[in-house]
Structures are given as structure tokens and as C-alpha cells.
Ligand binder design. Structure first.
Ligand SMILES: *[C@@H]1O[C@H](CO)[C@@H](O)[C@H](O)[C@H]1NC(C)=O
Ligand SMILES: *[C@@H]1O[C@H](CO)[C@@H](O)[C@H](O)[C@H]1NC(C)=O
Ligand SMILES: *[C@@H]1O[C@H](CO)[C@@H](O)[C@H](O)[C@H]1NC(C)=O
Ligand SMILES: *[C@@H]1O[C@H](CO)[C@@H](O)[C@H](O)[C@H]1NC(C)=O
Length: 495
């Protein structure tokens, strides 16, 4: 019952809710199979990062640190893409896997928990991407360090909460993930070397190695199969033990802290693993025992006026709550919230006529939206505010035409209709820090074309990590306009 976020209908909007599929044994893989079912709820050890379990992880890290002679402090992951519906609608980074290492472009997704790349066994996987990137199929046999993870290995049992049915010797550990937009991937886990850019000084990195378990995706469904925005895979930055971050942390390679700054001005931005010391961010606690990054939203104000909403409307429970998800492009609000926000935003513009453009609410506006519209502020537990400016909640779509980047969740999915899902559009142009050691998340308005400072845990030195734009090198520049489907209807009626 991972809250299935409302699935959008467009390829660009990969909602990355991890939905749990029941065992698919036999369907995709002929012969003996043991396919894992992802746990609906993650079971966090009590006090991760602070209590006894945290201390234990630190001990393990210290132990590994001395054993390997070096504690890796920070990693720099170059970002590309631009999270606007009229642009790529997503952000990606590159990872190098195998020996010799090969490069894979993967979508950065804080809403899911595994890293997977298209596998050599995948017959329908795209070889070329509309994003102008060369895609690569991963072949465990072509890597001298690659090996298949078997279902009787510890990782498999730990991932699926016990030994899988049908598991016997030499049966691969298979998985299946369905994302919130209905796309899916099925494959088996492999273990191989990951090469990443370890931060070694100001603006400097050096390649470093770690062994990680990730998915070799044999069959991708939905928009992952053939979309013009195809990438090699998805890098899940969720909290579960299966994520690359958790594996690196457990191996004592990094601290379980990462940050992103998604740049809608230039594209790309900053994405790094490590302890961010500059800028400082205010934080809010993560809601415990949730399968995504859930936070406690308290109130919303528009132009300084607090919206009147039922007190329990954002209270996190099985079907409600607020999720921070970089794998989602837009922001989804429960219907009542959506309507109240829209009424307040357009309060001074009763004369505006709306066009319905591919499910987006669009309108013509000749002036500067920042001058003509109010700032929306989301207030979270512990007094953390998220300011969303008009140029962020509206996106331009041609001459003087703007569309609303918020969606009414009720129109998207039944199960996720009461969830607040905050995607790239509102997370952009902010440094967002996920401090899983202390179980908090925080942000501050920031220039994502600049740099941040990260502290090396061991030496105490700080280093600068700069912004990147992987997409800038490519000749290609993605620019599309939403097509006007239905015109002229005014849709922000009173309830
Ligand atoms: C995750 O890993 C930690 C430390 O390795 C372990 O204590 C914990 O039980 C694991 N959690 C799950 C859900 O397997
Ligand atoms: C640390 O982990 C080990 C095994 O994973 C466990 O037996 C031990 O009790 C843990 N120690 C603490 C302080 O939690
Ligand atoms: C990574 O591991 C491979 C194989 O063990 C080794 O040959 C290579 O030198 C390592 N690279 C780095 C940067 O440590
Ligand atoms: C953001 O930072 C970049 C690099 O330091 C700088 O060139 C640019 O002018 C800054 N943008 C703003 C709006 O301050």
C-alpha cells in the first residue's frame, strides 16, 4: 500500500511510486524463477541514524573505513535534464558500472528504491534516446566483476523479507517494480562494480569504486519501454536498504545524506552525496515508517493569506500525506486543496479565460507572472517553509501563454487522490537536503547554477561541488509545446 501516486498520462511524467507487484513467477522468465515482491511498508530499524541501530551502522562504517584504509566522504553526480513539462520533464545523472566501466544515463528518482539499467537480455529496450543520448545495455558477462545475485543470497532474502517461494540453488533473484504512472520493470539482480566521482577537493573529483547490487532490467513496460525520452534506467534514491545510497552507506563508503538542486533556469543542477555545510538549510522531520519521503505539511498560504482547510487534510495516514519526489514532474494536490489554491491564485484575475491543454490549465497573460500573481507558501512541521513563486508554479507554453504546474489529484488516480505529491516543479531552484542519518529533510532557495560546500566526514575539510548540465553538451535541445486540444473553457469554478 505504498500510496500509489496519481499516475499522469504523459510519458514525461514518471511518477515514481514503488507499487508492489505480487510475485510474477513464471510470467516473464521461463523456467525456474523466484521473483521478489517488494515490501509495501519498509521496516526501519528503530532509531536509524540516532539510536542503537545507527550506532551500529557507524561502527560498521568505522570498521570498513579502517579495513579499506579510506572513508569516502562525498560523491558528485553530474545532472542533466530539465524538469519542465515542456522540456525533458525529468533529471538524470550518469553512473558507471562494470569492469571496464561503462556509462549509463539514469533518471534520478527519490520516490523509488533500486537502481536498474536495461539489460542485454532486453529485446525491446531502446538503443537511442530522443534526449540525444547513446544508450547502453548492461551485460554482466562482459564485465569481469559482474555476477548474478541468487535467490538464496542474503540480499535477496533481506530485500523481500525472507526466502522467496520457489527459491533453490542457482536460481536468480528476480524483482518487479511498478511505478506510479503504470510503467514497470522486471529483471534480476546483479552485483557489479560502481564507479562514482568522489569529491577530493574544490570542484575536483576522482573515480572511486564500490560493489553494488542493482537490477538488470529484462523487460520494461509502459512509458519505460520505448519513450522518446528513454534513458538507460532509473536510480532510486529511496530510503530502503536496496538503494544504491543505502548500500554505499552500509559498506561505509558514504554518509546517508544527499542533496539536489534542480535548475530550471539552465537545466541540470547539483546532485551530491555527503554532508552539506553550505548553504545551511532548515529541516523538517521525515514521517517514520513510510515508503517514500513523507513530511508533515501543516498549512498553505497564498499571498500571505492562510487557506482555510479541514485540519486533518494533510495528516499522514494510509491514504494521505505529503510526498517529496524528484521523479515526478508536477505537483498533485487533493481536489479541495487544488481548488482553494487556484481560487486564491486567480483571485485578482477573475477575467482570465482558461484553455485546457492536454490536461493542463493554461491561460494567456501578457505581463510578468511574478508581478501579477502571489507566492504560494507551504508550511511544514518545525516551521520549515517552501516558497513557490509564480514562475515556478506556472510554466510557459509559447507566447504569453502559461500553464498551471499543479494538478488536481482526483483526476489522476483513485488511490492517490488525497495525497500531496511534490515534484520537480516546486523542488526546483532550491537546494534540497535529505539527511537520512538524522531523518530530516530540508531546503532553501538557491541558485542551482552555482555550487555548494560539502564536508569530508573524516578529515573535516570542506570542498566545493559545482553544478553540471549533462544535457548542455548535447547538440540536441528539447523543446516542445503542449498541443492545444480543447479551447476556451473556464474551469476553476467554485465547488
Ligand atoms: C537494513 O539494513 C540494516 C543495516 O544493515 C539492518 O539492520 C536492517 O534490518 C535492514 N532493514 C531491512 C528492512 O531489511
Ligand atoms: C549491532 O548489530 C548486531 C548484528 O547485526 C547485533 O547483534 C547487535 O546487537 C547490534 N548492536 C547494537 C548496539 O544495536
Ligand atoms: C576499480 O576496481 C577495479 C577492479 O577491482 C580496479 O581495476 C580499478 O583500478 C578500480 N578503480 C578505482 C578507481 O579504484
Ligand atoms: C547563479 O550562479 C552563477 C554561477 O555562479 C552565476 O553566473 C549567476 O549569475 C547566478 N545567478 C543569479 C540569478 O544570481
Amino acid at each position: 500500500m505504498a500510496p500509489p501516486p496519481p499516475p499522469p498520462r504523459r510519458a514525461a511524467l514518471l511518477l515514481a511510486g514503488l507499487l508492489l507487484l505480487l510475485a510474477l513467477a513464471g510470467s516473464a522468465f521461463p523456467g525456474a524463477t523466484a521473483t521478489g515482491v517488494f515490501q509495501v511498508r519498509r521496516k526501519f530499524p528503530v532509531g536509524v541514524g540516532g539510536g542503537a541501530a545507527g550506532a551500529n551502522i557507524s561502527a560498521l562504517r568505522a570498521h570498513d573505513g579502517t579495513r579499506h584504509g579510506r572513508l569516502l566522504a562525498a560523491a558528485d553526480l553530474p545532472l542533466g535534464g530539465l524538469g519542465l513539462p515542456t522540456d525533458t520533464g525529468l533529471y538524470y545523472t550518469e553512473v558507471k558500472l562494470g569492469t571496464p566501466p561503462k556509462r549509463y544515463y539514469v533518471q534520478v528518482d527519490t520516490g523509488s528504491d533500486i537502481l536498474w539499467v536495461n539489460c542485454i537480455t532486453c529485446e525491446q529496450c531502446p538503443r537511442k534516446s530522443g534526449l540525444g543520448l547513446d544508450l547502453t545495455l548492461y551485460d554482466p558477462k562482459a564485465s569481469s566483476t559482474g555476477s548474478t545475485v541468487m535467490c538464496d543470497q542474503g540480499f535477496c532474502a533481506a530485500t523481500f523479507g525472507g526466502r522467496l517461494p520457489k527459491c533453490s540453488a542457482n536460481v536468480p533473484c528476480e524483482y518487479s517494480v511498478t511505478y506510479g504512472d503504470g510503467s514497470s520493470t522486471v529483471g534480476s539482480f546483479v552485483n557489479d562494480a560502481l564507479q562514482f566521482d568522489q569529491v577530493t577537493g574544490d570542484g575536483q573529483t576522482q573515480p572511486a569504486n564500490a560493489s553494488v547490487i542493482f537490477g538488470c532490467g529484462a523487460q520494461q513496460g509502459g512509458d519505460l519501454g520505448s519513450s522518446s525520452q528513454a534513458l538507460d534506467g532509473i536510480l532510486g534514491f529511496g530510503e530502503a536498504n536496496t538503494s544504491m545510497l543505502s548500500q554505499l552507506a552500509t559498506a561505509g563508503k558514504v554518509k546517508k545524506i544527499f542533496a539536489h538542486c534542480l535548475d530550471t533556469v539552465k537545466g541540470g543542477g547539483i546532485f551530491a552525496i555527503g554532508d552539506v555545510v553550505q548553504p545551511k538549510v532548515k529541516t523538517t522531520p521525515l514521517v517514520a515508517d513510510k515508503p517514500h519521503y513523507n513530511v508533515n505539511l501543516k498549512t498553505i498560504d497564498v499571498g500571505g493569506t492562510t487557506l482555510e482547510l479541514p485540519t486533518d487534510i494533510f495528516k499522514p495516514d494510509d491514504k494521505k500525506g505529503t510526498i517529496i519526489d524528484s521523479g515526478t514532474t508536477l505537483t498533485y494536490l487533493p481536489e479541495l486543496v487544488f481548488k482553494k489554491v487556484m481560487l486564491a491564485v486567480f483571485n485578482k484575475h477573475q477575467d482570465i479565460t482558461f484553455h485546457d491543454v492536454q490536461d493542463f490549465l493554461c491561460f494567456q497573460y501578457p505581463g510578468s507572472v511574478d508581478d501579477g500573481f502571489p507566492t504560494i507558501t507551504f508550511h511544514f512541521e518545525d516551521d520549515l517553509a517552501l516558497h513557490v513563486y509564480p514562475h515556478e508554479y506556472f510554466f510557459p507554453n509559447g507566447n504569453d501563454v502559461y500553464c498551471v504546474g499543479f494538478q488536481n489529484g482526483a483526476l489522476q488516480s483513485k488511490d492517490g487522490k488525497d495525497i500531496v505529491l511534490m515534484g520537480d516543479l516546486v523542488l526546483s531552484n532550491k537546494l534540497v537536503v535529505y539527511d537520512l542519518e538524522n531523518r530530516v529533510i530540508g531546503w532553501t532557495d538557491y541558485n542551482c547554477s552555482s555550487s555548494i560546500k560539502i564536508k569530508d566526514d573524516k578529515t573535516g575539510t570542506t570542498s566545493t561541488v559545482n553544478s553540471h548540465d549533462l544535457s548542455s553538451g548535447s547538440k540536441f535541445h528539447w523543446h516542445m509545446s503542449l498541443v492545444l486540444l480543447v479551447t476556451m473553457h473556464s474551469d476553476i469554478s467554485q465547488e
